[in-house]
Write a protein that binds this ligand. Structure first.
Ligand code: BTN
Length: 262
């Protein structure tokens, strides 16, 4: 995989250094450690299998060997720490673009960090940040993509959760070369990162909103056990937080939570 990826890589700065391992607990954890030791921007960690893959809200990310992509990328932007969640949006835009270009045109984004195909999750993004005073020291963007799992493998590996998951293969009907997918993803990621650096957040927010599947849909938002509400998903603010207009006309800002279209 790593030899193939090096041959296919067209990104200029992202992926100059790639660490590949057959097995890691979590590519994000490894890259956070490398970041602490001063690894350079664009450093990438890939594992064939993760034993402790992590998702948002302390969920686990099912990471069997030989079939999917588990990849983390290091960024060192000069931005305030509170803007770090924008990197989830940057990665989501790059991801959905690569998936659509494979021929899956109905792939879209589900706030905040899911890529879905007909409502089923195919990929997720976990952005983790280390601050230096009020600024970002570094950001690790971790991406998991279900690539070549069959329906049987999804059901077997994920149990109940398999009902709301899918893979690229399940939608395309054929296998996709993981190294090619990774090379394309790094290129698109580099491109959107450059756009963010040169044009600022508005270009990202516009593109993200265009590829968001739930604009103006009625949603149920669960913040925690005690807080839940419904309303219309009207957009995201300048930090990427979800804006939901409730029935009494109030616009609520959702920083973290689960959102279901109803
Ligand atoms: C989510 O949907 O909640 C985010 C899932 C992110 C999974 C990826 S796999 C590569 C990287 N390493 C991890 O431990 N998590 C991310």
């Amino acid at each position: 995989m790593i030899r193939k990826l090096n041959g296919l890589l067209r990104a200029k700065s992202i992926g100059k250094v790639i660490h590949y391992q057959d097995e890691l607990e979590s590519t994000n954890t490894t890259l956070l450690e490398l970041g602490e030791k001063g690894a350079s921007e664009g450093t990438v960690v890939i594992a064939d299998r993760q034993t402790g893959g992590r998702g948002r809200l302390e969920r686990s990310w099912i990471s069997p060997a030989g079939t999917n992509l588990y990849i983390s990328i290091l960024f060192k932007p000069e931005i305030v720490a509170t803007d770090a969640p924008l990197f989830t949006l940057i990665a989501s835009v790059a991801l959905v673009e690569v998936i659509q270009r494979l021929g899956i045109e109905n792939a879209n984004i589900k706030w905040p960090n899911d890529i879905v195909i007909q409502g089923k999750k195919v990929a997720g993004v976990l952005t983790e940040m280390r601050p230096r005073r009020e600024m970002v020291d570094f950001i690790v963007v971790g991406i998991g993509v279900n690539i070549n799992m069959t329906r049987d493998e999804i059901n077997l590996e994920m149990g109940n959760v398999g009902r709301i998951a899918t893979s690229i293969k399940e939608n395309l009907g054929n296998d996709v070369e993981r190294a090619k997918f990774a090379a394309d993803l790094l290129l698109h990621l580099e491109n959107w990162y450059q756009i963010f650096i040169s044009k600022g957040r508005s270009a990202i927010l516009t593109e993200w909103t265009n590829r968001w599947g739930d604009l103006n849909k009625r949603v149920s938002v669960t913040i925690n056990e005690n807080e839940q509400f419904e309303g219309s998903a009207v957009g995201v603010d300048e930090k990427g937080y979800l804006l939901v207009e409730t029935d009494n006309g109030e616009t609520k800002k959702v920083i973290a939570g689960d959102v279901q279209v109803i």
